[in-house]
Design a protein around this ligand. Sequence first.
Ligand code: ZN
Length: 308
Amino acid sequence: MITRESLVKDLISLGIKSGDTLFLRISYRAIGKVEEGPKTFLDALMEIIGKEGTIILTAFPKKYISQLKFFHQKEVYSSENPPKPITGAMSVVAQAYPNAKLSRKIEFPFVVIGKYAEYLTTSHTHEKRGYWLLEEAIEKFDCYCLRIGGECFTGTTHIAFTKVLRATGNYQKKPKYGLYIREGNCVKWYDTNNTIFCHTAFLKANSKYIYPYLIHKKEGLVGNGHAVLTRMKETLQKEEDYINQDVSRMLCDNKECLLCRVSFSFSDSNVIIYLVRQLLQLCKGNIRKAIQNIRSLLNNVFFGIKQQ
Ligand SMILES: [Zn+2]
C-alpha cells in the first residue's frame, strides 16, 4: 500500500516544489494502491506546493452534437450542478476537493485548486477559447505538466496544433458539441470551437523529434507510476515549431483514421474514398469497426463545421 509520506518523497524527488503551478495528467491506476484513495495523492501534492501553489486538471464532461440539442433539453447544468468529468478518477476527486474551483466555461471546464484558482476559473468565461485557462497558466504562471502513466502527452499539443492551423489558414471539419447551461433564470446551449489531433501521428513524432530534445524534463517514479515533469512553455514552443514546419506531419498512415483521411483541410483522402473503403471492410466482415467509422463519417458530413 502506497502512503501519503512515500508520495511526498517521490514527488519531491521528481522536482515538485513549494509555489509550483502544475497541470496534472494523472492515471491513478498507474500509481498503484494508495492509502485512502486518489485524494491522498492530491493531499500529498498540496502539502508540497503549499499556499502559493496551484494545480489544474481537465474536467471535461460528456457533450452532445449541437444540431441534436433538441434531444437533450432535460439535461441542464449550472455552476451549482456541474456535469461529471469524464477525464478520469483524479478529475472527479479534484472537483470535490476543498476550495476547488471550476471554470465558468462549464462546456469546457478545468478544475483548479490553490492560489490562482479564483482568478483562472472566473476569467475562463464562455467567450474565451476552450484551452484559454491553460494558455494563461503557461504564460503568466510558468505552468509545468506533471504526467503519471497514460500516453506521452504534456498538455500542450491541442494548443500548439490549433495555433498552427490558424496561422496557416488550415481547419478541421467536425461536429460541434455542447451542453445546456443555466445561468440565473436563463437556460442556453453552449458549444465550443475546438480541434482534435490524431494521437497516433503525434505520439510517433513526439518520441522521435520532440521529447528527446526537451531541456526541462525530469522522469522518475511516483508510487509505481512512471512520472514526467515538463515545462509547458518549452513543450508548447517545440510542438508548435515541429508542426509549423509541415502541418501534414500530424497525419498518421492508418487508412481507417477518419481524422487524418477526411477531417482536415490538409487530409490526404476524401469522403467518397473513405466510405467505399468502409463498405469494403463491411463485406470483409469487419462489421463493428466499419459501422462505427461510417457513423462517424456521416456525423462529420451532416453536422461537421469548419473549426480552428
Ligand atoms: Zn490519424
